[in-house]
Design a protein around this ligand. Structure first.
Ligand code: ATP
Length: 404
């Protein structure tokens, strides 16, 4: 449809980037990115009108997002010759605007396009040897200034290489080392680094990425206190296992992975060092204090859990203990303490206890003539404990207990 619409308004439209890369790699990817030679925002509006959806435009970048009624998003960008100012990196020959658009991308594998206009529908546009690189499983930059121009691409190279089990090409590897020697990383803003780190923490092989970052001395370039000790590495590996375990519970709540990984990277560091790294990554005050609170809470939980287990405490106590922890804290707790028994307790908590509702509410207490106040909370907590411990599992039992 997009190709026909483009033809009708006299533009050329292309599907580009990750979507095409992942088709060739036979990997699912639903993020469709389009580039049009023409006015991208106007084209996005036409597309939205025809397919039913709304448009969010960014005039500064001449890009737009079409949000279809089913929630799917299509990014539309404008390929325009005058848009690019690449004095150093550009060959002198005049390039078509799609070629220019692709040339400013990070790696060959991300610089593929497919023509959408009906006359050439489905034709693969590969100016930079991406098909060959995909076949050889190589991440390769498009030109030698790539990492100098944008050092976050070093993190991206590692991320794509680990995700697809590709290697970083020989010349690209030399260019990374060269950029590292030129001290490019310390000049990068914390937000940009954190953005890319966040993407890494969403990857299945996040720990491998961190290892490779360490090997390129990228971690210490981000902040001298960022090292990966063997103890931290072990903990990170546990996190990966716990993430897999959690995924298999098929629960709706998704953890903020960056928190869990940072907790592991910060393990054993004093608070002021953690805050210093948080400042370097430009975390908000709230994010930094959340991390510190989570760390304290998890430490306390580890201690209380040991006591609970030692005493053979009731299920309700486990519930009240774990209820204090946000999901990220629970998963980090489990990573620090990944034993069969802990896994069982956490499974029980997440899949059963957490969803159990009392059959009695404040309204019932009011019906009994009790004045609303702090007593309500106390009674409901006691009822909940009884329910969790199997002593008052139905409404009648709970009401009877409340009367007592
Ligand atoms: P993913 O599957 O992780 O979403 P993606 O390729 O869609 O992969 P994005 O980070 O969404 O990755 O970026 C979209 C496209 O924008 C990439 O394919 C790449 O061509 C380009 N791009 C993103 N960041 C950069 C960068 N720092 N330098 C050059 N090109 C970039």
């Amino acid at each position: 449809r997009a190709g026909e619409l483009a033809r009708d308004v006299g533009m050329e439209a292309y599907a580009v980037g990750g979507f095409i890369r992942d088709i060739l790699l036979n990997t699912p990817n639903s993020d469709l990115d389009l580039v049009v030679e023409g006015d991208g925002i106007a084209f996005a509006r036409t597309l939205a009108q025809s397919m039913g959806g709304r448009v969010r435009a960014h005039h500064k970048f001449r890009t737009a997002v079409v949000i279809l009624e089913n929630g799917q998003r299509i990014d539309v960008a404008t390929a325009r010759l005058e848009y690019y100012e690449y004095p150093a990196a550009l060959p002198t020959v005049e390039l078509s605007s799609i070629k220019m658009d692709l040339y400013r991308r990070d790696f060959t594998i991300n610089a593929l396009a497919v023509q959408l206009n009906p006359a050439n529908f489905g034709k693969l546009v590969d100016f930079f040897g991406a098909q060959r690189d995909i076949k050889n499983r190589v991440v390769r930059v498009l030109h030698s200034l790539s990492f100098v121009e944008d050092p976050t691409r070093i993190l991206r190279a590692i991320r794509f290489a680990k995700r697809y089990n590709f290697r970083i090409g020989g010349q690209t590897d030399r260019l990374i080392r060269n950029a590292m020697q030129l001290d490019m990383i310390p000049k990068l803003s914390g937000s940009r680094i954190f953005h890319e780190l966040n993407l890494i923490f969403e990857e299945e092989h996040a720990v491998d990425c961190l290892r490779q970052m360490r090997d390129y001395r990228l971690l210490e370039a981000i902040h001298p206190l960022l090292t990966l000790t063997p103890a931290q590495e072990n903990l990170l590996e546990e996190i990966e296992k716990v993430r897999d375990w959690y995924r298999l519970l098929y629960l709706d709540e998704k953890p903020r992975n960056w928190m869990i990984y940072l907790l592991a990277v910060f393990n054993g560091m004093p608070e002021e060092d953690i805050l210093s790294v948080c400042t370097r990554l430009n975390l908000t005050k709230r994010q930094s204090s959340d991390i510190l609170t989570l760390r304290t809470q998890t430490n306390e939980t580890v201690y209380r859990f040991k006591m609970w287990r030692h005493r053979g405490g009731p299920v309700s106590e486990l519930f009240f203990m774990l209820e204090m922890l946000p999901l990220e804290g629970l998963l980090f707790f489990m990573s620090r303490y990944n034993q069969e028994e802990v896994r069982k307790s956490l499974s029980m908590y997440l899949t059963q206890l957490k969803g159990m509702e009392l059959d009695v509410s404040g309204r019932d207490l009011k019906g009994m003539g009790l004045e609303p106040g702090p007593l309500y909370g106390e009674i409901l907590r006691k009822l909940r404990a009884a329910m969790l411990d199997g002593q008052a599992t139905c409404r009648d039992d709970q009401l009877a207990l409340a009367r007592r």
